[in-house]
Design a protein around this ligand. Structure first.
Ligand code: FPP
Length: 236
């Protein structure tokens, strides 16, 4: 089936923004927004499985998030670790394969948890969940170029297809649909290489409020788009 005729995106990428504002609206510390964000993520994973989405990539922690206060960074690390331990077996039962993209070496405890999550779920095929952690789109392009050079790829051999073999998401098709919640209209260094022909949907919902209804609205938007991939429709 041609990509432009897809009823359901094969691959959805999400910037889960708005946790802090969700908490602020409730006079709660930002941490509670992130905690509610984890619950929203689990529900969206289930909704993606029900809708037969094959790949979901979420921005959990960017290379730039280190600029936040030490307290928030360490609370987020603790929360992610707790979320992996709380939900991993559930995700495994649901048939989710977890993969982490990003430079995980920076946080040894989390690295161990990510390694275990990947090993446990390696045989699952229902949904490929890519968690972008300590990830940036520019980092990805740089690490791909570096690894290609290390592998002995010559300048004349460098093509888009060749470089794609070294990108962090080499196992997944490019996202058909890119969703950002929280009302901001920007990419924030997420998947710069892969979103070349993605359809963008920006939702005003704060991430903890994002649920199956909003996901369906974003998919409905996607279905109404006229994807041409730089070409021209024959009827035009
Ligand atoms: C952006 O909201 C959100 C984040 C930086 C963290 C998102 C992480 C999670 C939901 C946890 C994911 C967990 C796993 C295990 C994958 P913000 O803080 O920028 O919100 P604001 O714009 O309202 O301040």
């Amino acid at each position: 089936m041609a990509a432009e005729e897809l009823a359901v995106p094969r691959h959805i990428a999400i910037v889960m923004d708005g946790n802090g504002r969700w908490a602020k609206k409730r006079f709660l510390p930002r941490f509670f927004g992130h905690k509610a964000g984890v619950d929203a993520l689990v529900k969206v994973i289930e909704a993606c499985i029900e809708r037969d989405v094959q790949h979901l990539t979420v921005f959990a922690f960017s290379s730039e998030n280190w600029k936040r206060s030490d307290d928030e960074v360490s609370a987020l690390m603790g929360l992610i670790l707790a979320a992996v331990s709380r939900y991993l077996h559930k995700l495994h039962r649901l048939g989710v394969r977890v993969r982490v993209i990003g430079d995980r070496d920076i946080a040894p405890k989390l690295k161990k948890a990510w390694d275990e999550a990947e090993a446990l779920t390696a045989g699952n095929t229902k949904l490929q969940l890519n968690v972008a952690f300590n990830y940036g789109g520019r980092w990805d392009i740089v690490q791909a170029a570096r690894r290609a050079a290390e592998a002995g790829v010559q300048a004349a051999e460098i093509t888009e297809a060749k470089l794609s073999e070294f990108m962090a998401l080499r196992h997944a098709p490019d996202p058909d649909l890119f969703i950002r919640t929280g009302g901001e209209v920007r990419i924030s260094n997420f998947m710069l290489w892969q979103v070349a022909y993605s359809e963008f949907v920006f939702s005003d919902a704060l991430w903890p409020d994002f649920c199956a209804t909003q996901l369906d609205a974003a998919i409905a938007c996607f279905r109404n788009r006229d994807r041409r991939f730089g070409g021209v429709k024959e009827s035009a």
